[in-house]
Ligand binder design. Structure first.
Ligand code: CU
Length: 276
């Protein structure tokens, strides 16, 4: 689908579900176009002959015509199957994904911001990068002596950036950019668990194919597989949740695994320096 400067077509995709949804959409548009051509063609052929001044349709050619009835029953059934089957395949792929996950991100909706929480296991991250050999723990040294690298809990709030009118730069996505986006490692699979701290929200990132209700007291899970490094996607809250609903923009950045490791190390460094 042509994408003219992001103004036409669907938005950029960031994981396999996002890409598959775009391909499903394009496929269904093609099928709909063919249906439109056939129905439109029949109309163009029939309507001029059915006009008041043309004597109407000769129903003797249609009435009790068994072969014709058979085909106008079979062809729509066939159309439903070729449109429905890929849609159900995609639905199951979104809901029943048991690929091994790099980590689980907890997304909590608040009035009116998102908070993200996840645990980064440095040992598995560095061994998948080839920095350390399997089984060999990584060590870091501070003033207190040597420690093995911990599992780091990264937890932060994400607010939509507000810019006063005069300071808007061209290309600034007003109401979409956030101060701290969700950061994910590319070429990996992530589980996202969505919940809410107050009212019902809905965490939506279009390019990832996620629109997951955030319900207080419940946890809904979504699976993101084969995240594409370099992807930045925007979405927000899709459930009318109060006055500043529009300010609940959500932004996801997918980094390469090396950059993700650096990003996590910056968190680790700031945690260590804060605790001193
Ligand atoms: Cu909301």
């Amino acid at each position: 689908m042509p994408n003219f400067n992001g103004q036409m077509g669907l938005c950029d995709w960031g994981c396999s579900v996002g890409l598959n949804l775009i391909m499903l959409h394009d496929y269904l548009v093609c099928v709909c176009f063919m249906i439109m051509c056939v129905v439109g063609g029949v109309l163009v052929l029939i309507v001029p002959k059915a006009g008041f001044f043309s004597g109407g349709i000769h129903f003797r050619n249609v009435y009790r015509e068994n072969t014709l009835e058979l085909w106008w029953t079979i062809i729509p059934i066939f159309m439903i199957i070729i449109m429905g089957y890929p849609s159900f395949v995609q639905l199951y792929a979104m809901g029943m994904n048991d690929k091994p996950k790099f980590t689980t991100v907890k997304v909590t909706g608040h009035q009116w911001y998102w908070s993200y929480e996840y645990q980064v296991d440095f040992n598995s991250l560095f061994s998948s990068l080839g920095v350390t050999k399997g089984g060999e723990g990584l060590q870091f040294i501070n003033e207190g002596g040597e420690h093995s690298l911990p599992e780091l809990l990264i937890s932060y709030d994400s607010y939509t950036m507000s810019v006063s009118e005069g300071d808007l730069d061209p290309g600034f996505r007003y109401g979409q950019y956030v101060d701290y986006p969700m950061v994910l490692p590319g070429n990996s699979n992530i589980e996202v668990k969505v919940t809410s701290a107050d009212v019902i929200h809905c965490w939506t990132i279009h390019g990832l194919g996620v629109k997951m209700d955030a319900v207080p007291g419940r946890v809904n899970a979504s699976h993101l597989s084969n995240l594409r490094p370099g992807y930045t996607g925007w979405g927000g809250c899709s459930e009318m949740c109060g006055l500043n609903h529009w300010q609940m923009s959500a932004e996801v950045e997918v980094l390469s695994q090396e950059d993700f490791a650096l990003w996590a190390l910056v968190w680790l460094y700031s945690d260590l320096t804060d605790s001193d």
